[in-house]
Design a protein around this ligand. Structure first.
Ligand code: ADP
Ligand code: MG
Length: 317
């Protein structure tokens, strides 16, 4: 790796996922605040993963979290990236909904625009499929920028995680659950589930999942992972349901119409979600096609003051 452990001073925990912990740190030589993610790995594969990750330095887009570098620490890989002050959308969503609020459609629009642009960038410029689109991998800066993180750039890293349940998530597309070919259209499915969840304030399938939400990665119930809280989730029942049952959609009572004037979402939003959640991957649009959808085009062209929203969230903390 190109960073040194001694140069980082830990500040505070930012969150814990199934694969490891994320800590806010200061890189002392430069004074840069970073988010450092630690992933336990087989020491034998570490050098090769570190080599693969150097690719990440060339990933540059306003819609993705910038990679700064990594180092190894015993049997762990430590990756440093741009620190996003407001945290991830799963954290923001639980605060917003706990306070009786919701995500207005203009915000959902800008989240959609950011994720679609980042998927398009990753795939077009780098031939990379994200593989883990979900609210906890969409982060927000204090300037109101919305960015995607944790993309599957390293095949070795992806594989070493795939051997465990760490790679299992409720945002996975039906074809991925069934072990079929994984394409960039699978990321579009995960975007649809994520946007729908943020819009309605709960996981869009009828399963009772713990508070951190549905917004989480399922883990093996062997008690060894940090995410003990997820153990009671019926992982296989949920995955089975996703493959067998019709895709979820926006509930009718949330759609605005003259007869439902308190509805907060448009038919355009519902139509966008329905396109993302086509179960047959061959019929589901890839990012460059979903970019032609009216909902995307509308919010791509529109100014939304996401900075004012971020400032409001920051004052709430
Ligand atoms: P997961 O994405 O499954 O929640 P991770 O280990 O990837 O697990 O991340 C744990 C948490 O750390 C995330 O949920 C997020 O809240 C926080 N986090 C990750 N990356 C950043 C970042 N760049 N800036 C701020 N917070 C972050
Ligand atoms: Mg993550």
């Amino acid at each position: 790796g190109e960073l040194r452990k001694e140069d980082l001073v830990e500040q505070e925990a930012l969150g814990e996922g199934a694969s490891g912990a994320v800590v806010k740190c200061v890189h002392v030589p430069t004074g840069t605040v970073v988010a450092r993610k630690t992933v336990a790995m087989d020491p034998a594969t570490l050098p090769a993963v570190v080599r693969e990750l150097t690719l990440l330095h060339s990933f540059k887009s306003p819609y993705i979290v910038q990679y700064y570098g990594c180092y190894t620490d015993e049997a762990s890989l430590c990756m440093c990236m741009e620190y996003c002050e407001l945290g991830s959308l799963d954290q923001i969503a639980s605060r917003v909904y706990a306070a009786g609020g919701f995500f207005t459609e203009d915000l959902l629009g800008k989240i959609c625009v950011a994720v679609v642009h980042s998927l398009r960038y990753l795939h077009r410029q780098h031939r990379v499929i994200h593989r883990d689109v979900k609210p906890s991998n969409i982060v927000v800066t204090r300037r109101g920028e919305i960015k995607l993180c944790d993309f599957g750039v390293s095949g070795l890293l992806v594989n070493s995680l795939a051997n465990t349940f760490v790679g299992t998530s409720f945002y996975m597309s039906p074809e991925r659950i069934q072990g079929q070919e994984y394409t960039v259209r699978s990321d579009v499915w995960s975007l649809g589930i994520s946007l729908l969840e943020l819009a309605i304030g709960r996981f869009p399938y009828p399963f009772d999942v713990p508070a951190k939400g549905a917004m989480m990665t399922a883990v093996a119930a062997n008690g060894e992972t940090p995410a003990r809280r997820h153990q009671r989730v019926p992982i296989f029942e949920v995955l089975d349901y996703i493959t067998k049952e019709p895709a979820p959609t926006v509930p009718a009572d949330l759609i605005y119409s003259p007869t439902n004037p308190t509805g907060r979402l448009s038919t355009g939003f519902r139509d966008f979600i329905d396109r993302c959640l086509v179960k047959d991957p061959a019929m589901r649009p890839p990012p460059e096609v979903i970019m032609k959808h009216g909902f995307f085009r509308h919010w791509d062209a529109m100014f939304v003051d996401t900075e004012a929203w971020a400032n409001m969230l920051e004052r709430w903390q």
